[in-house]
Every structure is written in structure tokens, then in C-alpha cells.
Write a protein that binds this ligand. Structure first.
Ligand code: SF4
Ligand code: SF4
Length: 408
């Protein structure tokens, strides 16, 4: 075991014993016993967070009973960290999550929620929306509150001009927010300036091996946050599902050094092996929850000395698929009903597996889109896209490429 791994694993062990030895007389936050079937936890300020958090961005299609089972399974296994947002799932995500949590004591779970500064008019409007969030959770406080999607000059200006930071700090002082943070979807210079200008308890950034090696943006963002001692909570360990299915060549790379791991297990464990407090994963069924939790019970960092992750990332890069995570934010901005997510999804599916069926599906999606919508290049979708994709240009390119695909 490398010295660094030894120190990290020892720290977790010490932490585990700490909870057990202070069951009586400690604050509630530290009264945690890690049972053998419970997930590994990491220290965050004076509390601990489970290595996995349940992301509730895509839960609308999940039947309520199934979602309740997911939350119950999480709670049984120590996953008491839940992430949502004011506008997630057509503004229904917070209510759905809250309903599933009502049977538990408020102090037994942590809620993280957020709003983008683009989505309120001024600080009065922000505080009105924050009050709605408290009401949705039937709670007097939110544990983790974020300014969402800070990615460029425009989002920073909205944040500044609408006085969001002052409001967040005041709500924290009043005990209505425990920790303030933001989610960073932009380049590292935006992150660097934003963290110089304001003091934060934590930050969400995407941490997955492909973006770590491909553009190195993640690597640089992690370095900035580590230097400023801002704890990192990781988003998108699976890059919107892209890393769940690997092409044959990448699969061979994975199997060479990790023959027993699936692509999902490898990606989840790679992200948790970085300097992060917790990993948020958008899960929408119980099977998915069980699998993810199983990766993080008695978690040990993976050994990636052979750089399997980098080599897989090189293969993914060669295939040049569109870096869309299928979050669907752009759809809320598009008044022309452009079928953005389906277009990108069917295009990527075809690029990864160029067969007749996938080509037919792509052709059908493009034809339907042409029939039902017409992009006027208003660029509203680009303003909101966390991946900063130039959506109309990419769609134009796909239409052009379609002719070549059909000829080949
Ligand atoms: S640029 Fe096109 S796809 Fe994007 S929001 Fe405007 S109309 Fe919709
Ligand atoms: S284009 Fe951007 S906003 Fe739209 S689904 Fe993809 S990542 Fe999300």
C-alpha cells in the first residue's frame, strides 16, 4: 500500500472508531455507528457525510413507491445525504424527496438543495423561493445550500447583482442554512476568481475520470479547491451515464487490470478514490441504489497506477461523442420544442455502435424534430447548459453528418 493510501485509509478507520467511542455525550452529528452493511463516511467540518449521496434530478419517472424504497434502503445503509434543486423535475423533485423523508427524524438526514442566480429576479425573490424550499421540506433549515451552475461571467454577474451571497450568509447566520456552497460548471478561471471573492463551506464539481484526463479541467479545478481548502463534493461520476457502457476497445483496457469490475463500479470507485467528501449519483431505481451502495461499503481506494482510467479516457476521446449528460435543462429554455436531448442521445448511441438499428433511430429522431420544431438560434439553451455546449451548432453538424452516415 502506498503511503498516501495508508494515511487515507487509516484516517477513515480512525473516524470509524471515533463514532463508536463517542456514542454517548457527543453531538447528534457524530452519533453514528458504521454497521458492517453501512457505507463508508468521510469527515466534513464537524459532521460526516456518506461517500454516496442520492441525486434527485431524474426521479420524476420513478414510481413513488419505488422511490420510497430507494430512500429507505439508503437510510438503512447510512446514505443520509440527498441532493435536489428548486427547478429539478419541473419543480417537483423537492416535494417528492420531502415526502419520502417525512417518516425519518429531521436530524437524521442531510438535504442539499439549490437555485441558479439566473432563475430569480432579485434578493427578495430569492428569499421568497428559499422560503418555498423550507416549506417543501417542512423544515426550519437546509443543511447544504448552493448557488447553482456558476459557470461564466453571466452567472457570476447575476449572482453578484442580485445580492445572493449576502442573502445566503444572512440565512446561515439565522440558522436557516448550515453550510453554503456553489456548483461550478465553468472553466477553472471562473472558479478561481469566484473562490477568491467569496468564502465557501464546500463546492460541487464534476469528478469523473474522463473529464479528469480528457480536458484536465477537473484536475485543475480540484487543485484550486484543494489549495484553498474548500471541500469537494463530486457530481457526475458516470458523466451522465456515458461511462456506464464502454466500447469494446475500452472494455478490453478495463478487463486487463480490473477483470472483475464493471465499467460502473470502476467509474464510481475511481471518483471516490480522489480527494472528495462525497459522490452524488442520480439514481432512479432501487437496483441502481443497491449497486452503488455496494461499491462503497468498507471502501478502499482503487489502485490505478497502471493508468487504466487514462487509457480508457483516450479511447473515449477518439470516439468524439457529444459531452451531453442528458440533464434536460436546455429543454426548459427552448421555446421551439427542439428535441435536443433525444438528438444527442441517439447520435451518441450511433457513434458508439454503428449498426443499422441505431442509424434508423437517429434518422427518425432527426426527421421528427424537423417536422415538429425549428431552431431560431436564440441561444437560450446554451446559457443554461452546464456542459457549455454550443447546442444549435452541434445539431446542425449532426444533420449534415447524417447524409454521410447514410451513404457509408
Ligand atoms: S437556440 Fe434553438 S435549440 Fe436552443 S433554445 Fe433557441 S431555439 Fe431552442
Ligand atoms: S445539452 Fe446541455 S443542458 Fe441539454 S441535456 Fe445536454 S448537458 Fe444538459
Amino acid at each position: 500500500m502506498k503511503r498516501r493510501d495508508f494515511l487515507t485509509n487509516s484516517a477513515f478507520l480512525t473516524l470509524g472508531s471515533l463514532y463508536i467511542s463517542c456514542i454517548s455525550g457527543c453531538k447528534k452529528d457524530n452519533d453514528i455507528i458504521i454497521k458492517p452493511d453501512q457505507i463508508t463516511r468521510r469527515k466534513f467540518k464537524n459532521i460526516t457525510l456518506p461517500l454516496l449521496g442520492l441525486g434527485c434530478l431524474r426521479i420524476l419517472a420513478t414510481p413513488r413507491e419505488e422511490f420510497q424504497k430507494m430512500v429507505d434502503y439508503c437510510m438503512e445503509h447510512g446514505v443520509n445525504f440527498f441532493d435536489t434543486g428548486f427547478y429539478y423535475c419541473d419543480k417537483k423533485s423537492e416535494d417528492i424527496l420531502s415526502a419520502a423523508l417525512q417518516k425519518y427524524k429531521r436530524e437524521d438526514y442531510y438535504i442539499a438543495t439549490k437555485i441558479s442566480p439566473l432563475f430569480f429576479k432579485d434578493n427578495n425573490d430569492f428569499e421568497k423561493k428559499f422560503k418555498i424550499q423550507l416549506e417543501r421540506f417542512k423544515s426550519s433549515y437546509i443543511d447544504f445550500y448552493l448557488a447553482h451552475c456558476i459557470k461564466d461571467k453571466e452567472s457570476v454577474n447575476h449572482f453578484k447583482e442580485k445580492g445572493m451571497y449576502d442573502s445566503m450568509c444572512r440565512l446561515k447566520e439565522e440558522g436557516k442554512i448550515r453550510y453554503i456552497g456553489f456548483s461550478s460548471h465553468g472553466k477553472e478561471d471562473v472558479l478561481d476568481r469566484f473562490t477568491d471573492e467569496y468564502k465557501w463551506d464546500f463546492c460541487y464539481i464534476k469528478v469523473n475520470y474522463h473529464e479528469y484526463y480528457d480536458s484536465k479541467t477537473t484536475k485543475r479545478k480540484m487543485a484550486i479547491l484543494e489549495k484553498k481548502k474548500i471541500p469537494i463534493i463530486a457530481m457526475e461520476p458516470m458523466l451522465g451515464g456515458r461511462l456506464a457502457t464502454l466500447e469494446d476497445e475500452a472494455m478490453q483496457e478495463l478487463k486487463k487490470n480490473h477483470p472483475d469490475m464493471t465499467p460502473v463500479e470502476f467509474a464510481m470507485k475511481w471518483s471516490a478514490s480522489q480527494n472528495v467528501v462525497s459522490i452524488l449519483s442520480g439514481m432512479n431505481n432501487l437496483k441502481h441504489v443497491k449497486e452503488n451502495i455496494s461499491y462503497y461499503i468498507n471502501f478502499k481506494k482503487i489502485n490505478d497506477e497502471d493508468e487504466t482510467a487514462r487509457r480508457i479516457s483516450d479511447i473515449i476521446y477518439k470516439n468524439k461523442i457529444i459531452n451531453c449528460t442528458y440533464c434536460g435543462y436546455c429543454l426548459t429554455a427552448c421555446k421551439q420544442n427542439v428535441d435536443i436531448v433525444n438528438i444527442f442521445k441517439s447520435y451518441n448511441t450511433y457513434i458508439l455502435d454503428k449498426n443499422e438499428k441505431n442509424l434508423k433511430n437517429l434518422s427518425k429522431v432527426l426527421a421528427n424534430n424537423k417536422k415538429n420544431s425549428s431552431c431560431n438560434r436564440c441561444m437560450e439553451c446554451c446559457k443554461i447548459c452546464p456542459q457549455s455546449l454550443k447546442i444549435p451548432d452541434l445539431i446542425d453538424k449532426i444533420y449534415k453528418k447524417m447524409d454521410d452516415f447514410q451513404k457509408s
